[in-house]
Design a binder for this molecule. Sequence first.
Ligand SMILES: Nc1ncnc2c1ncn2[C@@H]1O[C@H](COP(=O)(O)OP(=O)(O)OP(=O)(O)O)[C@@H](O)[C@H]1O
Length: 251
Amino acid sequence: MASVPHPHGRISLQATNVTKAFESGRIHTTVLHDLSIDMRAGELTLISGPSGCGKSTLLAILSGLQRPDRGKVTALGQDLGELDMRALERFRLLHTGFVFQGFNLFPALNALEQVELPLSYLGLSPAEARQRATASLEEVGLGPRMRLRPSELSGGEKQRVAIARALAKRPELLFADEPTSALDAANGQVVIDILHRIARAHGTTVLCVSHDPRLVGHADRVLAMEDGRILSDRSQPSLPTAVPGLKETSA
Ligand SMILES: Nc1ncnc2c1ncn2[C@@H]1O[C@H](COP(=O)(O)OP(=O)(O)OP(=O)(O)O)[C@@H](O)[C@H]1O
C-alpha cells in the first residue's frame, strides 16, 4: 500500500450540497441541509455544535461510513459516490483512521498488540507491523507503557492507544468523533493536542467533531454547526502543541 501524503494546505476532503434525512416511523427528519464544506491537509478542523445538530452524521458521510441522500463527497480526489461498497471499504482501509469516544480497545490485548492488529489487514509483515506500532505509540508518548492492557491504563492513555492505532496505518484522513468526552479537562487537552500535532507533522487531514467548547482554542479551524447547517467557519492561529512526554516529529 503506498499512501501518498497530500500536500499541506491542499483541499483533501470536500462535501458539496450534501443532504441527509432519516425516517423513523412516519417522522422524517432532515439532519443535514444542503451542506457544503471543504477541509485541508495538515489542518485540524473542529466541528462544534449542540447535541443532535448532525455532527456525527456529517463525519460518517465525509468518511464514507454513510451515503448522503443528495450531494457529493470527494476525498483525496475520489468521488466516494462512484465507489461500490467493496471499493469504499478498501478506500477506508487504506486512507482513513478513526478515533471514537469509547476507545474501542480489546481488553485482552496490550497496547502494542492493539496497534499491530489492524496493520496485519494492510498486509504488513509482523516485523514491519511491530516497528510501525512501536513508532506510533512512542509518538503519542506511550513508549514506556506499550506492554500494558487497557485495564492498566488511564482513560487518557487508552485514547492515546486508540490514536496510535489509527496513526500507525498512516492515513491521510483521520476522523475523531467526540474523542475527549470521556476524559477530564487535562487529558482532553492532551488528546486534542496530539491530534493537532499529527495534522502538522504528517500532513494529515484531521476532522474532529465535538460539543466540548474547551477544544475550540486547539483547532486550526472551527466550524460551528446548528440544525444541520454550518453557521460559521473560522480559521484561527493555532496554539503551540507541546505535549509533555511526546516524541518530537518533524513536519
Ligand atoms: N440512523 C438514524 N436513524 C434515525 N435518526 C438518526 C439516525 N442517526 C442520527 N439520527 C438523528 O439525526 C440527528 C443528528 O444526529 P447526530 O448523531 O448526527 O448528531 P450529533 O450532533 O452528532 O449529536 P451528539 O453530539 O449528541 O452526538 C439526531 O436527531 C438523531 O436522532
